[in-house]
Design a protein around this ligand. Sequence first.
Ligand code: FAD
Length: 840
Amino acid sequence: MAGSFDIVVIGGGPGGYVAALRAAQLGARTAIVEKDRMGGTCLVRGCIPTKALLQSSELYTLAKDGRAFGLVADNVGFDWAAAQKRKTAVVDQLVKGVEGLLKVGGVTSFKGAARLAGKGIVDLGGEEVQAKDIVIATGSAIARIPLPGAELTIDSDQILELKQVPKRLAVIGGGVVGMEFAAMFAALGSKVTVLEMLPQVLAMVDGDLVNVYTKHLAGLGGEVHTDSKVSRVVKQNGGLQVQFSTGGEGGAVDADQVLLAVGRVPYTQGLDAESAGVKLERGRVVVDEHLHTDGEGIWAIGDVIGGIMLAHVASYEGVCAVENIAGHSSRVPDYHAAPNCVYTDPEIAHVGLGEKEAKEKGIAVRVGRFPFAASGRALTLGQTEGFVKVLSDPDSGRLLGAHIIGPRATDLIAEATLAIQNGLTLEQIDLTIHAHPTLPESLMEAALAAQGRAIHVANRRSANPAAPTQTAQNHQNREKEMAATVKPSPSSPPPTPNAITPKALELKKENRDFLLGMHRQMQLIRRFEERAQEQYTKAKIGGYCHLNIGEEATVVGGIWALKPNDWIFTSYREHGHAIARGVDPKAVMAELFGKESGTSRGRGGSMHLVDYKLRFMGGYGIVGGHLPLAVGGAWAVKYQKQKDVVFCMFGDGATNIGAFHESLNMAKVFDLPVVWFCVNNRYGMGTPVEKASAVADIYKKACAYDMESIQIDGMNVREVMLRTSEILEKTRKDSVPRFIESLCYRFRGHSVVDPDKYRSEEDKVKWRKADPIVAFEHELESSGLADEEYFKNVRMEVDAQVRDIIQFADESPDPNPQDLYKYTYAGQWDNNPMLRTEKV
Ligand code: FAD
C-alpha cells in the first residue's frame, strides 16, 4: 500500500487540482493521481495554449493595423515557430506552478493511471492507495465521429502542434473550439471555411452576437456554411477536400488542413468505474445534487459529469465536492451565473438568461443595449465592433442575463456575473461609480438603457423611462419597506387542512399541485438551512443555530397537518418549523440576523421565533422548556372550549428531562388537547438515542401516562402528514392528549458548530440514501407527476428565493436601541385585544 488518505483525487485538471488544494486546506490528508501532466486539458491542450497563441495572432493584427496609431513597422511578419515556443513556455510555467502549489499545499502527487479497485482502494498501476473518499476528475476526451476520411483530419490537440500556418483551413464543427481556431488562423492569413450542421455557429450564443462575429470573419475572407452536413474528406490535387451538402445541394471546400472539432465526451477509460458501483449514463458519471456518485464514498466533478464543460465550472465543482466531503457545508452547485467565454475576435462572453430562452419560456424581460462605438475607451483602443446587451426582470429590475461581443468581453463579463450571482438590480449597477474611460462603463450604460436613461446613446422611445433615481429617497423608502410587517410569501402557501385524506395524498394528477407544493416547501427548508449555516459561519447569525436538514418530511408533513387555528409550540430548532407554518422565510432569516423586520423584531435572534398571528410559539429555553408552556396553552384552549389543538414539537433529547414527564402527566390528568410530537432524529446532541435513553422507542414512554402513541416513518412526508392528521383530529374531537414519534435522521451535527465526528461513515452513507426529499422526488417521478427537469428548475428557483431572503435580511435595518424594551414585558401587551380572553 503506497499510502492511506482521507481524499484521493483522480485527475489533475482544473477540477482535480483545485479540489485537492481545497481538501488539503480543510485539513484532509489528500493525494492526487495524474497519468499525464498536471493541469489537465485546460493547461496542456486547451484553455491556456489556445489563448497564448490567440494573443500572438491578436498582436499580429494590431501591428498590421498599427499605422493609424503611429506605429511604423514595415514588413510586419509572423513567426509561427516563435509563437509556438512562447505558448510552450507559458504552458510549462503553469504546469510547474500547479505542481509547486500542490507540494506547498501538502498534497501528495502520484503519477499513473488510476483505477477504482474496491471499496476505498485506488490502484495506480501496480501500487495501491487507500482513501476514505475518492473524487473522480478524469475530464473529457475529443469526440470522434464515423466520418469517411476522418483519418485525414486533425483534432484540437494536433492543430496546436502544426509546423506551419495552413494556407487553407477547413473547420468541421462551429462550436467554441472550432470557432476559436477559425478566428486565430483567419487572423494569421489562412483562408478559413467553417462547416456547421446547425442553423447557427456557436449555438449557445445570442444570435445578434454571432452575426457580428461572422461578419468580422467574412471581412478576413472567412466563410461560414451553416445547415451543412459534411459527408466525407478526401485527398484532392495534392491537398484535401471536404464534401458537404446544404439543404440537399452538394458543395466542396479545398483545404490544406481540416480541423475536426465536433465536441468532447466525458472520459472514464480504464477507471473501472462501473465495477465500483459508479453509474454511467451515455459515458458521463452520474452524480446527485451534492456531486456524490452511486458508489459509496465516490464523488465526481468537472467534464466527466457532463453539464457545463468548462474549466472554471470544474474548479467550482471541485471545491463544492470536497467541502461536502469534509462536512464543511452542504453545497449544491448553483450554475445560474456560470459565465461562458469565447476567445474569438471580437471576443464573446455571456452569462445568465438569453433572449431566445426568455422568449421560449415566456419570461418577460426588459432589454438594454449599448454599442462599443459609443464607448470612449473602445474608441481609444480602436476596437469599436460589438455591443453589450443586458436582460432584466421588468418588475424587480434584477439583472437576469448579460451578452457581450467586443473588446475584452471575456473580462467584462465578470461584473455582470457578480451582479447576477448576487441578485443585483440594474439600478444597483448604475448607482456604482464606474471609472472613466473604461470598457465596464458600457455595462453601466446598457443597464441605464434598459431603464430608458442611457446617457451616451439615444434612448429608444419605447423604453418607457424609469423615474430618475434619488438615491437618498430610495434608500429611505427601502428602509421603510423593510421595517414593515412581512407578508406571508405567496410561493409557499399553507395547504388546505380539510384535504388531508388518503385520497388527497395519492400520487394522482388531481393532487399534483398540492404534492408539488409540499416538495417545494421541503426544498425551500433544505436550502434555507444550508444557507443559514453559511451565514452563521460568516458571523451574520449570532447565538446558536440548529438545522432541520434531513428532517424536512417530518417538519412539513407534521406542520401542514395542522389547522390555521391550532397552536404550535416548538423548540429552538425551529427555522424549518416556522417556514412550514407559513411564516415568511424573509422574516425568519431577518430574525436570525437580529433585524427589525424579523418575526420577533430582531429581539429573539437565533433562539426565539414567535409569530402570534400564525399561532407559532417558537423556542423558549434549552431542551424542552416549552413543554410545560404547551400544557398551559392547552389548558387555555380547553377553558375557552375551543376546538383547537396544541401541537408541541420537541427532539428526542427532551424526553429525558423532568419537564417532559411532568408535562405529559399534567396533560393526561386534565385531559388537555395537546398532541406531543417527538422529532426523533436518532441523536441527542452527539449521543445515539439508544444510548441516551433507557427506552429507545420513544413512543413507548407515553404509555406510562396511558396515552395513545404511535411511531411513524418521518422520512416519508405523505405518511407523516396523514398519520399526524389522524391523531390531531382524534384529539380535536375528544380533547385527550396523544403522542407521535416521527423517526427521521439529522444529516448534520446538533448545531452548526458541531463537527459531527461521532457518526460512522456507514451510518451517514446509509441515511443519505434515505434522503426524504430524494425519496419524495422518486415517488413523484415514478408516478409521472414531475421529472428531473422540473426538480432542477425548482432547485434553481428556490436558490434564487433564498438569495433574495438573505439579501432582504442583510439590508434590513437593525432594531432601534430606544425600542429595545418595548416588546419585552407583558405590560406592553395589556391593551392588545388579541391577547384578551373572556372571563372564565
Ligand atoms: P481535464 O482538464 O480534462 O483533466 C482531467 C485529467 O485527468 C487529465 O489530465 C487526464 O490526464 C487525467 N486522467 C484521466 N483519467 C485518469 C486516470 N484514470 N488516472 C489518472 N489521471 C487520469 N474551458 C474554459 O473554461 N475556457 C477555455 O478557454 C477553454 N478552452 C478550451 C480549448 C480547447 C482546445 C479545449 C479542448 C478545451 C477548452 N476548455 C476551456 C475546456 C476545459 O479545458 C475543460 O472544461 C477543463 O479542462 C475540464 O477540467 P477537468 O478537470 O474536468 O478535466
